[in-house]
Design a binder for this molecule. Sequence first.
Ligand code: PEP
Ligand code: MN
Length: 372
Amino acid sequence: MQQTLKDLREELHYINHAILKLLNRRAKVVMGVLEVKQRENIPLHVPQREMEMLQDLIDHNTGPFPDDSVRHLFKEIFQASVALMEDRKAGALRVSRAFRQQDLEIPVGDLVIGQESTIIAGPCAVESEEQMDMVARGLARMGIRFLRGGAYKPRSSPYSFQGLGEDGLKLLKAAADRYGMKTVTEVMDTRMVDMVRDYADILQIGTRNMYNYELLREVGRTRKPVLLKRGFSATIDEFLSAAEYILMEGNDKVILCERGIRTFERQTRNTLDISAIPILRRMSYLPVLVDVSHAAGRKDILPSLARASLAAGASGLMVEVHPFPAVARSDSQQQLDLDEFAAFLDAIGYAFPKFQVIQDETPVATEAAGFR
Ligand code: PEP
Ligand code: MN
């Protein structure tokens, strides 16, 4: 009996559904394979095994599909399976959006990171009491509540200024306390975590240490918020895995900081990876800050980078500000002076606070600062 077009189409429909069912059955088996591989620490993708499976299928191909088509079709299936395993693996991370839906807000004293836009500002390095007092005072007048400053500086040359060490931490904290600010400072070594945490409201892990897994674990054992900078050649997946090290020790107060990655471009010190911002926000619930100063390595494009970062979903910015950048002991070319910083804030639509000057001339904000 001759089959009608309708019959043939019905048969195709039936076969499509059978293939779909089989593909999903295959995907479930792939998930089983993932579980075993993770348990036994075996790599997810084994090209040799894929080649053997393809060869076996070609050997059994009776047509009418030519071998090349069979190879092409099954390669797609294999690739989709690897992607499925990778998605499942990424989704299982504590840092992942699948783990927690809402954006994380991180309290730091009376402040919160991840709500309204946060600005962290201050010099590259703590250099002296006068420098810290001038900068903290100037920043506080503009409503800035987070004061940064490195006391331990990771410098490319061992002969460059390495920071003032614990004395620097004391100067940073004293200046911050004087003007009601919170401190953000870098910790470079596991042996220093206990000491630095006494002075820091937020512990910073620098770009060079993003791969220092022991240090990540150690700050993970504290309950301090951690500002984790992206390694300058780290992929987004590596960046999130670094954050995972901190979380797995029980500290979920992690702030991701995009600070530019190294590319062939020489007009900027690094290339600010704007796409990382929405991708990180999509993949994770952790707040994302952007350090525009270390990304650019120059002053003139900071407002554009800042506006782009905020538009892309950043929860705030880090900017280097020094009372006299020309004589700064590190990163002198990229630090803004206080007037330049005020102009920068104005350019990005920041609303300056109204403040009152009390007896000892300490400015106190009477109205919250923020963005217009
Ligand atoms: C810093 O913020 O002081 C610093 C050294 O930045 P990075 O680690 O991003 O280079
Ligand atoms: Mn710097």
